[in-house]
Every structure is written in structure tokens, then in C-alpha cells.
Design a protein around this ligand. Structure first.
Ligand code: AMP
Length: 522
């Protein structure tokens, strides 16, 4: 089934319900949204002569037109290639070239940066920018009368992974993959209702955009914030005004929202479901979040290769405060989602004992069809039907998975494995620590040593000694950071993930500079 059918059905059942808002301004109802979508599809298929399976690049910040472009492409049987709006134009150019995109939707803020590179993209037939007369002409193109038929395994979304090493790879997600993801969301996270709203405070090109599906199905309202991004004051106001507001947020955004609500004294009423994921949520932070905002949270663990669909921590578990392992569960990423199998395995994929740390493996209908034009990488990632996630974790006897770290983030010091997350959890117990990130630095004696980057709470004076004492009370001596770096802020992606690679690079660059300095002195 084509994903566009979700919208077609809702436009029939809930034609007059408000579909899309910019802030508190209504843009269109579901009937209007479907009409726009049919025109976008008509333009791409009939004017540009794109064929089913052709790729369409979407390089847009969060603008109200995002949804009509996504569904317009699917309506026409085309494949969307949403691109992270924060990428350098040259990185976007690589993705457009690699995917062979035949058309590009680019928002007005990003169009000037792309302009000089467009002539180098031979497959590109048209570039469209919302708000321009050319874009408005789309709405006058002959509309498609019905959505294209798509099979379960037809490609719907090419998702380029952030790729910390080498070039990003295009993850091939089919209509069936995404339908499975939606089924898991409804079973394990939330069943949206027509009175609900979903707000896109994080990039629609990524996890936040995935929330559109269950909310389209329900006939709920979609809100693009006026700030086009994450502004805690705007969110709190909209939540109070609309009520039943759901959103996706990276854990670092949840923390900022919670801090804002706590400091401003504003209420947290109006939030229905705040779904977090994409990076570690520390125990101290989720405890504070529950205290300040109440029981409106759910967690999801996934990755581009099985979008949003590995494990989940649902409402029930946050409420089950009397369970003897409540705290461990809060610090975990929950249990396998309803329609996938999850296992912790050894290097060959065989399951390992309960409580042992190994690689997280996933099998099920949400797992990607492979990497675009890259069978070698596909064969490395999917073996015997299992997706090897590259994440290290351990499962308890009840099936709760605790993530340790990405295998590449594990620090090996003096031959022992140190999982940064464990050290970070301890440091965050200090009342003056706002944020922390632990990475390894190359060391001639130990292989690697542990370095902690720490952001202190505003106005607090933090000392390495206090933090070291805290570690001594809580973790083995060899896991303690050898160095502390007090910084104003941690580098983050626009999805709110802490960029450990940048921290490691900073340390490597400093280490490379030191011998030169010594040489210069001698
Ligand atoms: P991406 O493919 O860019 O969405 O990144 C996926 C990676 O983010 C996963 O492989 C994990 O390393 C990390 N991740 C996703 N969700 C969580 C979560 N709930 N807790 C901790 N890490 C997560």
C-alpha cells in the first residue's frame, strides 16, 4: 500500500478537520491538503514527466509546505530524499547526485547556498522553492485523480545516514517498512485522536517527521512552529492554547524544555506525548522531567536503518513506579517494539546471556531494504536477516534493553572497556553539572584515557576534584576521567545529538599540536 493512502482516507473521513497550522494560523483542512498533494503529484508526473520510482530531493527547513511535498511525491509514486537542512551545500549536492534526484524542493533560506551547485547535477530537471510564483503554479497544475499504486517493497524514502566516517549512505525504506513503523508507534507509544495536535519542533527530515503518519491517520492537526524549530517558550504557549500536543524531541531538547518550564514557573499543561530518542536520556534528566512535567513521556530507540523501530519505553512503565527495577527501567530504552525481534548478540550474531553486553540486532518488517547502490555495505549491515545496529547493549531478564554506547564510542583504556554512558550518568548526579559528554583520547601508555567535557549550571563553580570524588564513590577507579574540560556548551547536531566525533577531533588536534610546541621550544 502507498503511504499516500493514509492521507486519502483521512481526507474522506475528516475532510473539514483542520490539517495544518503555521503557529496558530490555519493553513488548510484535510480536503485542502489532499488537493494540494494531488497537484504536487500532478506537476511532478505530468509536467516534469517523472516516473514511479524517480527520486525527489527535499532540502527544506521546517516549512508548512513540507507535508504536501512528501505526500505529493508519494501520491505520484515517487521516492522522497529528505536532506538535513543543516548540511553544507556540498554535502547536500553529494546526496542529490548519489540518489540521482530528478527534482529538488528547496526552502527559500537554503536556496541561495545551493544555487551555484545546481548546474553540476545532470539528473535534476526542476528546482522548486515554496513561496515563489513558480511554486504557486504547482497548485494550478493538473491534479492526479488518484494516488499511484505501490507495493509493500516499493521504495518510499531514501534516508541518508549522518555517516560519521566516510560518505553518508542512502538507507532504502519502503512503504512497507514505514507502515510497520507506524503500526509499532500505535501499538507501543500512542494512539493519536482527531482532537490531538503534533508539532514539528525538530527537523521533519528526521524522526520528528515520522510522527506525521499516525497523526495524519487520526485526522489530527499538524503544527509547524513560527520559529521553524525548537523554542521552549513557543512550545509551552502553543501547548497551553491547543492542548493534547505531541512532539518528538531529542533528550537534549527535553532537558531544555524542562529547564525552561521549571525556571519560568509556567505550567506544562497541554502536552500529551513527548517522545524522545535519538540519543541517551540520562536517569537524572528523566527523573527531573517527570517531576516537572508529569507523566507525558515515551521513549523510542531506533536508527535510520529501522526507523524509530527497535525498542520503546511506553507510558505504562513510567507509571509503574513501584516496580523493584523502576530506576533501571527508566534508564533503559525499554522493550522490543511489537512487530520486531530484538536480540543482543556476539560478533557472529548468536544470542548471548542475559545481562551480558553485546551488539544490538533487529529483525522485522521495519528493517531497511538495504543501502542505495551499496550491496557491500548492505551485506555487512544485514546478516542472516538480522540488522547489526553497531550499538552495544545488555538485556535484562524481562527484556529491557540498556544501551551502553555505539561500539565506536566505547573507550578502551589499559585493555578494559569503558562505556562513556556509565561515567556520564555518575557525573550528572552532581547538582552543578548541567551537561556532560565523555570521550576517549589517544594515550601512549593506556591506549586511550577518559576525558569528560562538562557544562556547569549557570553561576556554579565546579571543580575537577569534586567530580573525581563522586566517581570514586560510584564507579571503578579505572573508569574515572583522567581529565576534565569545563566548557560553555557541547557541540550538537541539529537533531540535538551531542557530536562526540567533534570532541574526539578536538582532543586529537590538541595532542598533535603539543609535540610541535615542544619541538619549537627545544
Ligand atoms: P540515526 O540513524 O541518525 O537516527 O542514529 C541512530 C542512533 O542513535 C542509534 O543507533 C543509537 O546509537 C542512537 N539512539 C537512537 N535512539 C536512542 C535512544 N533512545 N537512546 C540512546 N541512543 C539512541
Amino acid at each position: 500500500m502507498n503511504l499516500a493512502q493514509l492521507l486519502v482516507r483521512t481526507a474522506q473521513v475528516f475532510a473539514d478537520r483542520p490539517a495544518l497550522y503555521l503557529g496558530d494560523q490555519l493553513v488548510c483542512d484535510y480536503r485542502g491538503l489532499e488537493q494540494r498533494v494531488a497537484h504536487v503529484g500532478g506537476y511532478l508526473r505530468q509536467r516534469l514527466h517523472l516516473q514511479p520510482g524517480d527520486r525527489v530531493g527535499i532540502l527544506m527547513s521546517n516549512v508548512p509546505e513540507y507535508l504536501e511535498v512528501l505526500y505529493g511525491c508519494w501520491f505520484g509514486g515517487l521516492v522522497v530524499v529528505p536532506i538535513n537542512a543543516k548540511l553544507h551545500p556540498k554535502e547536500a549536492e553529494y546526496i542529490l547526485c548519489d540518489s540521482g534526484a530528478a527534482a529538488l524542493f528547496v526552502s527559500a533560506d537554503l536556496a541561495p547556498g545551493m544555487e551555484p551547485l545546481l548546474s553540476g547535477l545532470p539528473d535534476l530537471r526542476a528546482v522548486l522553492t515554496p513561496g515563489t510564483p513558480e511554486y504557486s503554479a504547482l497548485y494550478r497544475a493538473e491534479a492526479l485523480t488518484q494516488a499511484a499504486h505501490s507495493e509493500r517493497d516499493d521504495l518510499a524514502w531514501l534516508f541518508y545516514t549522518s555517516g560519521t566516517t566516510g560518505r553518508p549512505k542512502g538507507v532504502m525504506l519502503s512503504h512497507g517498512n514505514l507502515l510497520t513503523m507506524i503500526a509499532c508507534y500505535i501499538a507501543d507509544i500512542d494512539m493519536p485522536q482527531a482532537q490531538d495536535s503534533v508539532i514539528y519542533a525538530a527537523p521533519i527530515s528526521h524522526a520528528a517527521g515520522m510522527l506525521n503518519f499516525p497523526h495524519v491517520m487520526a485526522g489530527a492537526a499538524h503544527i509547524v512552529p513560527v520559529s521553524a524549530g525548537f523554542d521552549p517558550a513557543e512550545l509551552v504557549e502553543l501547548a497551553a492554547h491547543r492542548g493534547k500536543l505531541s512532539m518528538f524531541a531529542a533528550p537534549t531538547m527535553v532537558k531544555r524544555l524542562v529547564d525552561y518550564i521549571e525556571e519560568s514557573g509556567k505550567g506544562a499543561s497541554g502536552f500529551k506525548t513527548i517522545l524522545y530518542g535519538g540519543g541517551p536520556m540520562y536517569l537524572e534528566d528523566i527523573r527531573q522531567a517527570l517531576r516537572v512535567m508529569g507523566d507525558c513521556f515515551a521513549q523510542i530507540y531506533g536508527q535510520g536503518e529501522t526507523p524509530m523501530t527497535i525498542t520503546a519505553l511506553g507510558r505504562y512503565h513510567y507509571r509503574n513506579t513501584r516496580h523493584p527495577r523502576y530506576e533501571q527501567r527508566l534508564a533503559s530504552v525499554g522493550v522490543a517494539q511489537s512487530f520486531v525481534e530484538v536480540r543482543v548478540g556476539d560478533a557472529s550474531g548468536m544470542p548471548i546471556a542475559v545481562g551480558e553486553t553485546g551488539e544490538v540486532l533487529v529483525r522485522g518488517a521495519s528493517v531497511m531494504m538495504g543501502y542505495w547502490n551499496n550491496p557491500e555495505a548492505t551485506a555487512r549491515a544485514i546478516r542472516d536477516g538480522w540488522l547489526f545496529t553497531g550499538d552495544m547493549g545488555a538485556m535484562d531478564e524481562d527484556g529491557f534493553l540498556t544501551l551502553k554506547d555505539r561500539s565506536k564510542d566505547v573507550i578502551i583504556s589499559g585493555g578494559s572497556n569503558i562505556y562513556p554512558r556509565e561515567v556520564e550518568e555518575v557525573l550528572l548526579q552532581h547538582k552543578d553539572v548541567q551537561e556532560v559528554s565523555v570521550v576517549g583520547r589517544r594515550d601512549p601508555e593506556w591506549g586511550e584515557v577518559v576525558v569528560a567535557f562538562v557544562v556547569a549550571r549557570r553561576g556554579a563553580a565546579l571543580h575537577a576534584k569534586e567530580l573525581d570524588a563522586l566517581c570514586l564513590c560510584n564507579i571503578a577507579r579505572f573508569k574515572r576521567p583522567k581529565h576534565y574540560r569545563f566548557v560553555e556548551a557541547l557541540p550538537k547536531s541539529n537533531y540535538g545529538k551531542v557530536l562526540k566525533t567533534e570532541l574526539r577531533e578536538l582532543l586529537a588536534a590538541e595532542a598533535a599540536a603539543v609535540p610541535q610546541k615542544i619541538q619549537a621550544v627545544s
